[in-house]
Write a protein that binds this ligand. Structure first.
Ligand code: ZN
Length: 430
């Protein structure tokens, strides 16, 4: 393939030079285009010409989710309205939705770096990409499709759900790649297995968006479908949408598009940089976004940087899969717990399925109690449940340092979802 969507940057120095140029442009653009950004920057005592090195990033004020809510419906808009060609909204259920505007250049940039995702996943223009994520006001469906078409593969736009049609299209159109949530991927794998059509389909790769795919879920999908690769695609509406990075075929972490945004990993309490390789909140600053640039936007998503270089040799740095959101963090008897940690413990135990729920209650004695409900793997005998319960409880205690009641339930008992599965049920009153 001659066309490439990878950055024409060879070294870290070149990447940093690109980032500085983008940062300088962004601060000036936001300052001149948005009254909100202008007053924020003035309050912080920073002028666009003060940005002389990447270290000056630290002088910039943070932008919060609340800034987007307060400016509803078109927050932080930094271009005249006649330059806006599209809007998208987040699926936020509490309060007002986040609404983001895009210029034509924003759309073009997004399509370009989304095409890079497919290139990173090793696709060719021969591939057929079944897109089973939501179409509509959300950023998902349309961006998976724009990226696919820009890349030059064939898009099969189906949307989520509708397992009948999904299976039929996999067989009839010979889709080689499927894009969906991990939960939907599991549903599909179980359905294909149930129908016994695995040898009639050509599926080789799956790309999972909007939800972290636990190791157990991946193992289950792998066992049922035998796909070659499963990739994680991160993305949020505020930062264009999906497609802001992808793990390469070595699966050593998610390469993110550092030529389009700067990623800081900060301790959510102190807002100081987390030590290298340690978990913190993702804070992003865009480098060329026109309609709604982001300056040190606190995403609430938790992950860590992966130190060192990837065997693939890419200059693009890597972050780990998302560990959850700092909003989803459960404070249980003064211990901070992320659903991703429970996930991690469970995936290390044989005989455990991929589905689980974390339930937190406050009892009459005023103390908090945690229960973890876990599905056994398919084919595990009920007589082994008690043993498994003890093992899970021991491992949770050992690795997360909390005591939790554990209930093993039979395979297939917990609800499956085509969207994100709810894992945490916190029944404590605020
Ligand atoms: Zn790599």
């Amino acid at each position: 393939m001659t066309k490439t969507f990878m950055p024409h940057l060879k070294t870290e120095e070149e990447l940093k030079a690109r980032q500085l140029k983008g940062l300088q442009w962004t601060v000036r653009h936001a300052y001149e285009g948005s009254p909100v950004y202008k007053s924020r920057l003035e309050e912080a005592g920073v002028h666009p010409e003060d940005i002389r090195s990447l270290e000056d990033l630290e002088r910039l004020p943070f932008t919060m989710a609340n800034d987007l809510k307060e400016g509803y419906p078109f927050p932080l808009l930094s271009v005249p309205f006649d330059r806006v060609v599209r809007m998208h909204a987040s699926s936020g259920t509490t309060g007002k939705r986040k609404v983001l505007c895009y210029t034509q250049k924003d759309i073009d940039d997004w399509s370009h770096f989304f095409a890079r995702c497919y290139e990173m996943a090793g696709l060719s223009p021969e591939d057929r990409v079944q897109i089973a994520v939501g179409y509509g006001v959300w950023t998902a469906g349309i961006s998976f499709q724009m990226g696919c078409e820009t890349f030059g593969a064939m898009a099969v736009p189906v949307g989520p759900g509708n397992l009948d049609m999904q299976c039929q299209f996999l067989v009839d159109f010979g889709s080689t790649v499927m894009c969906c949530t991990a939960s939907m991927g599991l549903l599909m794998a179980e359905e294909i297995h149930r129908r016994g059509i695995r040898d009639q389909i050509a599926l080789k790769k799956m790309i999972f968006g909007s939800e972290r795919a636990s190791d157990a879920m991946r193992d289950r999908i792998q066992t049922l479908l035998g796909v070659e690769h499963m990739f994680d695609i991160p993305g949020m509406t505020e930062l264009y949408g999906p497609g802001t990075g992808l793990d390469c075929s070595y699966h050593t972490g998610i390469h993110y598009w550092a030529d389009y945004y700067i990623l800081e990993i900060l301790d959510p309490d102190t807002l100081e940089p987390s030590p290298e390789g340690e978990i913190g909140e993702m804070v992003v600053t865009t480098l060329s976004k026109e309609a709604v640039p982001l300056i040190r936007y606190r995403t609430r998503d938790l992950t860590r940087m992966i130190p060192g270089t990837c065997p693939c040799g890419s200059v693009l740095p890597r972050h780990d899969r998302l560990l959850g959101r700092s909003d989803d963090m459960i404070i249980f008897r003064a211990v901070n717990i992320y659903p991703g940690q429970v996930d991690h413990v469970l995936s290390g135990i044989e005989g455990i399925g991929s589905e689980y729920q974390i339930i937190v209650d406050r009892k009459e004695d005023g103390r908090d109690y945690m229960r973890i409900k876990v599905e056994a793997a398919q084919g595990v005998d009920a007589q082994q449940f008690e043993n498994l319960e003890n093992r899970v409880s021991r491992e949770v205690k050992k690795q997360i340092m909390v005591s939790a009641g554990v209930e093993i339930v039979a395979y297939g008992i917990l609800p499956r979802s085509e969207r994100k599965s709810q894992r945490v049920f916190d029944n404590r009153e605020e």
